[in-house]
Design a protein around this ligand. Sequence first.
Ligand code: ADP
Ligand code: ZN
Length: 614
Amino acid sequence: MSNSSARQILLDVFGYAAFRGGQQAIVEHVVGGGDALVLMPTGGGKSLCYQLPALLRPGVGIVVSPLIALMQNQVEALNQLGVQAEFLNSSLDASAAREVSSRLLRGELKLLYVAPERLLMEGFLSLLQRLQESHGLALFAIDEAHCVSQWGHDFRPEYRGLTVLHQRFPEVPRIALTATADAPTRGEIVERLALETAQQFVASFDRPNIRYRVALKANARQQLQAFLEAEHANDAGIVYCLSRKKVEETAAWLQERGWDALPYHAGLDAATRNNNQRRFLREEGVVMVATVAFGMGIDKPNVRFVAHLDLPKSMEGYYQETGRAGRDGLPANAWMTYGLGDVVSMRQMLDSGDAPEERKRVERQKLDALLGFCESTACRHQTILRYFGEAHPGDCGQCDNCLNPVDTWNATAAARMALSCVYRSGQRFGVGHLVDVLLGKNTPQTEKFQHQQLSTFGIGKELTQAQWGSVYRQLVAAGLLQVQMEAYGGLSLTEEARPVLRGEREVWLRRDAAAVKRTSSRAERGARAREAFAGANEDPLWQVLKAKRMELAREQGVPPYVIFHDSTLLEILNQRPASLTELGRISGIGQAKLARYGDAFLKVVEEAANGGRR
Ligand code: ADP
Ligand code: ZN
């Protein structure tokens, strides 16, 4: 192992011919003993960044992971690749845990996944000490590193204790990984995990294989059904709803119409939840109807769609939830309906909660950013990435706005009024007040700040309050205004607003959302038979390959994608390999899988060829 290169292991063990994105640089850095902070979107290929160095360096790699399901999944996948890996968490009984420890001490394992609370136990730390003295510690990987952030939804207090690794084992390289990109979270990770000197690797957060679509709500369930029928008749996917009640109703509604739909929310008993999650992971074509309680730790690579029947709470939420689609890099859909009713009920929910006013204000702004995204006429990929501070050229040719340009109006004059109202009032007020000024309303606020004196007071009476709200949201979404979270959500101008104020640039906005016609789903339907699977679904061999994969998976009690990913199966379908050598060239088939499954799949391909000749 010592003299084999990273690339050789990539090919032999993982079956991949090339590194993706930043993987190579990260692997080299960690193999060389450096600390790293890796920010990569879901599906970017983070696991390889620590698994491969663990194989190349002497000793065992220790991976801290927050969820049992995640650990099981990774260990199953590694064992399939012929890599000796185990996990230690509360799902093991005492004797199984002891067995893992003794395998460790015998030097039999290359990777160990461990829950943070277990890692922090003195007994485990002294086990690590003994390991280091006997076989060595290859590295520490801290997966889902954003769990250290107190402000995130996945906060895990035990993550705060992980600095102990650095204190006790300063010479062992650490690699922290997350798909949560925003700057405050990143800063918190660096600080809380003492990674000040770690090299940061930031990948692009674009998910080019995801097609984003936002539809105005008419009859949401029927719209959903039409979408599923047209594009996802046999696919696994997730439908997100806001409330438990709606989850159950929607799941039942879909079941009545013949969909293999299951509910998931925090109110179901643990056994039902586990069983439904298990079916989603291990079977094909299950539609999970869920609240956001369902999500983290679901690393099923072939989730083909994520549908939102209700709005997520923020752009971060939207990005994270839709990001669960298409981890395997194959085409996937992110589909959402929204209506003004949702906006009103979300606002009410926010206002009636018992969070402190400051927090509510931030959440209202986050919701507004999401609405701005919904109403935006620009490329969805571009708008999402801009929100996360990344540039994208636009015109993806994939999203709804690029495919069906929307009905717009020349809003240059309105935009100038809106922007100059921001400017004249000192770039620190929120939308509500700004609209009051434009409409010329006398409120305690306008009096307190003497905003009746402003030249923009009452100049905007041609638009309604709702229309001004839409104008402001779209200006934020277009990057002409920015929301200052530190200043409690006040709006300020960006550089891009200048040419508009100087009359050098026109602004076109989506016609008032309520008036926009639904984009014709019928017109799109034909064009939407997405390339990769379109042919496959017609091909009898595809079904046979899938059946073989399911059979092998059932025998071992693992999910089918642990045997081969869809992308690997598709390549087999398209190339029809006739020998083990040919099969071994297919991406995702390393030596271990070739030895285990090669003959079985060759036989399936051969039988199909003979059947075809008859
Ligand atoms: P993440 O943890 O970043 O969401 P994963 O590590 O699960 O992503 O990887 C996503 C998918 O990409 C997996 O199916 C993985 O096998 C695949 N993958 C990772 N690296 C490569 C590569 N270099 N070439 C081909 N596929 C890869
Ligand atoms: Zn686009």
